[in-house]
Design a binder for this molecule. Structure first.
Ligand SMILES: *Cc1c(COP(=O)(O)O)cnc(C)c1O
Length: 360
């Protein structure tokens, strides 16, 4: 068997242990005589799987009891509409911080329903930093404040949460969930598509404080109300059953490694190897200000498009795939999510050093 090192921004690598377990259980999960894909979502076998998934994510993220955990569909992009529809019904206004493409998309969707105030933006420097935020910048009457905690495309992350006073903080954690410890109680709501750091595409995790479930706008479709899913244990309709099962295996994997704290330590080590190399290279350069660098997505460039293209092609031929940067940024990007082993990062850095020596 030969597996590549996949640096895709998502969908991305899953732990080998998880894939092997899924393989083992493919035809007969836990003595049921069926694949999880074939199970009725109303069966007791499947109920045990989704209950276990919820219990595990609650445990590894230390989610307080007054938060609901929902397994939804529609990707993080559907949350861009569900958030204003469900949370923006008091004063019909919200604060958004713009730190990249995803936060821009979240904001423009909210503008269809609410008066949106852009609190700050890092567009002036192509989103290579996180704007400094202080409490006075936020509207105390806003229904919520929205941030993108880790910016997948530009490779920045918040190292400190903004102080939004009593206004609920809503955050997109699609590309950093479970990568380092977060204090869930600091948020009104957290959401994340599964396909970056948690499982296959098709599952969207929502963690929402119970008091925020109550007042969706009148026009909100039933399927887009958080309360619909909260009241039905994420089973108002058929949930993405197999995807939730894989998420459960990933949560078990994280727990077996020592939880999110242990993963965070590994992620910091992995990222440091790559950033140290970039800081010392004469050919490759990171694009983000050092203090706001992401642990998950590492964009970098050389000073020529030709050299970038040559690097991406040679890397691919050597088993390092999906290193091309986002189409709006160019250059390269290495996404090093939880499932990327440290050996993969070391091998990439060795390959970059060799490429640099050969092309200097
Ligand atoms: C990938 C990504 C999205 C979009 O997710 P979908 O599940 O494709 O809708 C949104 N926000 C962030 C931060 C992402 O990384």
């Amino acid at each position: 068997m030969s597996r590549v090192y996949n640096f895709s921004a998502g969908p991305s690598m899953l732990p080998v242990e998880v894939l092997e377990r899924a393989q083992k259980e493919m035809l007969d999960c836990n003595g049921s005589g069926q694949s999880v894909m074939e199970m009725s979502h109303r069966s007791k076998e499947y109920q045990a799987i989704i209950d276990e998934a919820e219990a595990l994510i609650r445990e590894i993220m230390s989610i307080p009891d007054n938060y609901k955990v929902l397994f939804l569909q529609g990707g993080a992009s559907t949350q861009f509409a569900m958030i204003p529809l469900n949370l923006g019904n008091k004063n019909k206004k919200a604060d958004y911080v713009t730190t990249g493409q995803w936060s821009k998309k979240a904001k423009s969707e909210a503008e269809r329903y609410l008066k949106v105030n852009e609190v700050a933006s890092s567009a002036d420097k192509t989103f290579t930093y996180i704007p400094k935020l202080d409490a006075s910048m936020f509207d105390p009457e806003a229904d919520y404040v929205h941030i993108t905690l880790n910016n997948t495309i530009y490779g920045t992350k918040y190292t400190q949460l903004p102080d939004t006073g009593n206004v609920p903080l809503v955050a997109d954690l699609s590309s950093c969930i479970l990568s380092e410890e977060v204090d869930v109680s600091k948020f009104g709501m957290i959401y994340a598509g599964a396909q970056k750091n948690m499982g296959p595409a098709g599952v969207t995790l929502v963690i929402i404080r119970e008091d925020l479930l109550t007042e969706p706008m009148e026009c909100t479709p039933t399927m887009l109300k958080y309360a619909t899913h909260a009241d039905n244990g994420s089973m108002y309709n058929t949930p993405p059953t197999y995807g939730i099962y894989i998420c459960k295996l990933v949560y078990e994997w994280i727990k077996s490694l020592g939880g999110v704290k242990a993963i965070e330590k590994m992620n910091k080590e992995k990222a440091a190897i790559l950033y140290d190399f970039l800081d010392n290279s004469k050919m490759f350069k990171g694009t983000v200000v050092p203090e706001d660098r992401s642990l998950m997505n590492v964009p970098f460039v050389t000073d020529s498009d030709e050299l970038n293209a040559k690097f991406i092609a040679e890397a691919k031929a050597n088993g390092f795939i999906n290193l091309k940067g986002h189409r709006t940024v160019g250059g390269m990007r290495a996404s090093i999510y939880n499932a990327m082993p440290i050996e993969g990062v070391k091998a990439l850095v060795d390959f970059m050093a060799k490429f640099e020596a050969e092309n200097a």
